[in-house]
Design a protein around this ligand. Structure first.
Ligand SMILES: Nc1ncnc2c1ncn2[C@@H]1O[C@H](COP(=O)(O)OP(=O)(O)OP(=O)(O)O)[C@@H](O)[C@H]1O
Ligand SMILES: [Mg+2]
Length: 440
């Protein structure tokens, strides 16, 4: 038996013995025993009362002190309360950590009761779903998010597939929503911002549609001519040569389209360029100027080239060749015969710059922000007729991106356009020297 319990037994036995002795002396056994045991019961009651008072108020007061069995009981209470305090601290700490983690989450998290009443929501729920905590606590989820698709989703039993819908808080955002049952019939509503994904998917669809459309025209022409030739009994040589030329043009057009698409895909998928090659830009431009003169042919544009001698660039020769030739070819193609085209390559404190200035037809301001989009053309029919695929400036944009450079376009209808490629100073391979001019 526990020592404290022994002490109580001995106390009771002592009271009984003392009552017997005093009873024998006084002859009043009952009164003496009643007084002895009464005192014992009173002491016990006092302890119970003190314990009750302490349990009832528990306002930071220390648990009362007592000896014997009651002292043990009080000690056990003291231990239990200390443990409960520690557990409470741990839980509060965990809850605080959970809440701050949920608050920092970019996804919306909403805890919903069995009846779809909102119990808790993190801050992202306001931006993605328009649910604010604590304002909307107790509101029905379906009443707040009035979307028939969502209502149907909430009714569904199989919630494994997420639901994609426009954000109820902002029509420009798209969200993916999922409900996860947890605990005792509660539900966790998770919403993720998928605007970027949806846009990418949309871009992919437009791209595929554009490619198919661009391919279909030359293919239709080609198959048309081939069918005609097949069905013709006698073909005159001059007619055959005319058809052959048209077919050749269409085949070249498809070839260009495929080449440009391959180039774009290579630019997009290749890892970012390091400073791997020192490109002699003046020499590159001198070659491109000659090609531009050939392309100009009968149109006899006045093409000038001004370069800073020895000003070289860290990058990819092949990519820069493609970007610069696209800009120069555009200038030749969109500038009427006899117009001027000025090419310039120089460096200043901010870095190196390449400009192509023409006195061509110019571009209306509303088109300028879209020029680098794939297949974007100001005058589709004209660009196609001249063999354009509408991918040229897209390639330029990607090449410049890979060289940490930017493209600025200035243009005025009827006056001409200037395309500027600005490269950062850390791409310049040689300090600025004398300006060398060359006209042609
Ligand atoms: N120098 C310029 N002057 C006027 N318009 C231009 C000039 N450069 C580009 N554009 C306009 O921008 C559009 C997009 O140019 P981009 O080079 O991307 O395609 P493209 O020239 O039509 O075809 P590609 O270059 O693939 O053969 C052109 O269709 C044209 O309308
Ligand atoms: Mg072009």
């Amino acid at each position: 038996m526990h020592p404290s319990l022994w002490r109580e037994v001995w106390t009771l036995a002592g009271i009984a013995l003392a009552s017997l002795v005093l009873g024998a002396i006084t002859g009043r056994y009952f009164i003496v025993a009643a007084i002895g045991f009464g005192l014992y019961i009173a002491a016990t009651l006092r302890h119970i009362y003190r314990l009750h008072q302490w349990l009832h108020h528990r306002d930071g007061r220390e648990i009362p002190d007592a000896g014997g069995l009651w002292g043990d009981v009080f000690n056990e209470f003291r231990k239990l309360i200390k443990q409960a305090g520690q557990r409470e601290d741990q839980l509060t700490d965990m809850l605080t950590r959970f809440q701050s983690a949920a608050a920092a989450m970019p996804d919306a998290v909403v805890i919903v009761s069995e009846d779809d009443d909102i119990e808790w929501a993190n801050p992202a729920s306001a931006t993605l779903l328009g649910i604010r905590f604590p304002r909307d606590t107790g509101m029905r989820l379906g009443n707040l998010l009035r979307d028939p698709e969502l209502a149907e989703y909430l009714e569904r039993h199989d919630l494994t597939e997420p639901l994609e819908l426009p954000s109820p808080a902002n029509a420009e955002l798209a969200v993916s929503l999922q409900i996860i049952p947890f605990g005792s019939r509660r539900k966790l509503l998770l919403a993720r911002d998928i605007t970027r994904l949806v846009r990418l998917e949309q871009m992919r669809r437009i791209f595929v549609a554009n490619v198919s459309h661009e391919m279909r025209t030359p293919l239709t022409v080609l198959t048309g001519f081939l069918e005609t030739l097949r069905d013709m009994k006698h073909v005159r040589p001059e007619e055959l040569s005319k058809h052959m030329n048209t077919m050749y043009d269409q085949a070249t057009r498809m070839q260009r389209l495929v080449d440009d698409l391959l180039m774009l895909s290579k630019l997009e998928t290749a890892p970012p360029r390091r400073h791997d090659e020192v490109v002699d830009v003046p020499a590159l431009l001198a070659g491109l100027k000659e090609q531009a003169e050939l392309l100009s042919g009968e149109a006899r544009h006045r093409i000038t080239l001004e370069t800073q001698p020895g000003l070289r660039l860290l990058g990819s020769r092949e990519e820069l060749h493609s970007a610069f030739s696209n800009l120069i070819n555009n200038a030749v193609r969109y500038t009427p015969a006899g117009g001027e085209i000025a090419l310039r390559w120089w460096a200043d404190a901010d870095g190196a710059r390449f400009t192509v200035r023409d006195t061509g037809e110019g571009i209306a301001p509303e088109h300028i922000p879209h020029l680098t989009e794939r297949f974007y053309r100001v005058d589709t029919a004209r660009s196609r007729a001249s063999g354009g695929t509408g991918l040229g400036l897209s390639i330029v944009k990607h090449v410049l991106l890979r060289h940490d450079a930017r493209l600025d376009i200035e243009s005025e209808i009827g006056k001409g356009s200037t395309f500027l490629c600005a490269f950062p100073a850390n791409r310049v391979a040689q300090a600025p020297a004398l300006v060398h001019s060359q006209a042609g």
